[in-house]
Design a protein around this ligand. Structure first.
Ligand SMILES: [Fe+2]
Ligand SMILES: [Fe+2]
Length: 339
C-alpha cells in the first residue's frame, strides 16, 4: 500500500519542515485536509439484496464470526451478522478515537508533558492528531449509519466495556501521574490500531469501505510514528520509581484495549437474527478478561517492539509484569502469538 501522492501545491512551511517529523506534510496528506469525499460512503443495495455477498465478513480471523456455534447459519443471517460485526468494529474504533485517543492528545497539546523532553512544536502536533481523529470518527460514524440503514440494524445504546475500563484504569493512577497515564494509553492504542485496520481491510472487498479504511490507515501510520517518537523521548526522562510504577501499568493498558464486551456481543447477535440456541452457546463463554492478553500480544507486536527499543523491559519488575501477563516470554521473546 502506498500513500496517496501529494497535491503538488506544497506550502513553504511544509517543504522547509523537518522530514523526520511524522506530521511534516500534514497539510498535503492528512485525510481531513485532502479527502473530503470520505463522507460520501454509500451502499447501493439493501441488506436483503446483499445476501450471499461476503464483503462484510471478517472471516476465520475474527473471534466472534469464527465461533463454531455460528457455523451453521443460513447465508442471509451470516451476511447480516457480518454487517452487525462490522458496525461493532467501526463503532468501537470511532468511540476510541474521540473518547480515548483524543484525551491523550489533549494532555500532550496542553503541554502537560513538558519537563519530559516534549518541546512545544511536538506538543502542538498533538492538535493535528486530534483533528485527524475527529474526522476519522466522523466519516466512520457516517459509514456505520449507512450500513445500519441498509441492513435495518439498531444502534447500540449501552456503554462500552473497553472505554469505561480504560477510564477506570487511569482514574486509579494517583493524580500527579494521570497525565502521563493518559499519554501511555494514547501510545499503546495508537501503536496497535494500524494492525486492526489492516486486518479489517483484508476481510472486505467492498471498494468504498476499502477506501475509507485505507485513508484512515495512512493517517494512523503517521500517528503511530508520532507516539513511538514521543515515547522514546519521554520514557528515559522518568525517575526510576515512576518507570517502575508506570511500567507495571503498561501491560494492564494493553489488556484493557482487548477486553470483551458481552453486552455488545449479545446485541450484535440478537440484531443479526442469530437463533436463540446459538446465541446462548456463544454468550456462555464471553468473560470480559478471558484471552485479553493473548489478543493484546497478537495485536501489539509493534507496541512491544517500541517498548523493547526504549529499554522498558530492562527493569526487572516491569519485565516480570509483562511476563506474568503473557505479553512477552521469560526469555524476552516478543514474537506475537495467535490470539
Ligand atoms: Fe484514527
Ligand atoms: Fe490515530
Amino acid at each position: 500500500m502506498r500513500r496517496r501522492a501529494p497535491s503538488g501545491n506544497r506550502s513553504s512551511a511544509a517543504t522547509s519542515a523537518d522530514a523526520t517529523d511524522p506530521f511534516h506534510d500534514w497539510n498535503e496528506r492528512a485525510a481531513v485536509r485532502g479527502m473530503p469525499s470520505l463522507t460520501d460512503f454509500v451502499l447501493d443495495a439493501r441488506g436483503d439484496e446483499l445476501s450471499g455477498v461476503r464483503w462484510l465478513a471478517f472471516g476465520a480471523a475474527d473471534e466472534l464470526l469464527s465461533h463454531p456455534a455460528l457455523g451453521d447459519l443460513d447465508l442471509q443471517t451470516r451476511n447480516r451478522l457480518g454487517a452487525a460485526r462490522l458496525v461493532h468494529f467501526l463503532d468501537d474504533m470511532a468511540l476510541t478515537e474521540h473518547r480515548i485517543v483524543n484525551v491523550a492528545a489533549q494532555r500532550i497539546a496542553e503541554n502537560r508533558l513538558r519537563g519530559h523532553d516534549v518541546p512545544e512544536p511536538l506538543a502542538l502536533d498533538a492538535l493535528k492528531l486530534y483533528t485527524d481523529e475527529g474526522y476519522h470518527a466522523y466519516f466512520t460514524a457516517l459509514a456505520v449509519g449507512r450500513i445500519r440503514e441498509a441492513f435495518g440494524l439498531a444502534a447500540y445504546e449501552g456503554p462500552s466495556q473497553k472505554i469505561t475500563g480504560i477510564e477506570a484504569l487511569v482514574a486509579e493512577v494517583p493524580a500527579p501521574r494521570r497525565d502521563m497515564a493518559w499519554f501511555l494509553v494514547g501510545f499503546v492504542g495508537e501503536t496497535m490500531v494500524t494492525k486492526a485496520i489492516v486486518d479489517a481491510m483484508r476481510s472486505t472487498a467492498h471498494s468504498a469501505l476499502q477506501r475509507l479504511l485505507l485513508a484512515h490507515l495512512e493517517d494512523e501510520w503517521v500517528h503511530a510514528r508520532y507516539f513511538a517518537h514521543l515515547f522514546s523521548r519521554v520514557w528515559p526522562t522518568l525517575a526510576a520509581q515512576e518507570r517502575a510504577d508506570l511500567g507495571e501499568l503498561l501491560p494492564r493498558i494493553m489488556g484493557a484495549f482487548h477486553v470483551r464486551d458481552p453486552e455488545r456481543i449479545a446485541h450484535t447477535l440478537t440484531d443479526a437474527g442469530v437463533p436463540a440456541s446459538a446465541r446462548k452457546t456463544v454468550l456462555a463463554r464471553q468473560a470480559p478478561e478471558e484471552g485479553q492478553f493473548a489478543r493484546a500480544r497478537h495485536m501489539g507486536a509493534n507496541t512491544l517492539q517500541v517498548m523493547a527499543r526504549c529499554g522498558v523491559f530492562r527493569d526487572e519488575a516491569v519485565r516480570g509484569a509483562f511476563v506474568r501477563a503473557g505479553l512477552i516470554d521469560r526469555d524476552g521473546n516478543l514474537q506475537g502469538k495467535s490470539a
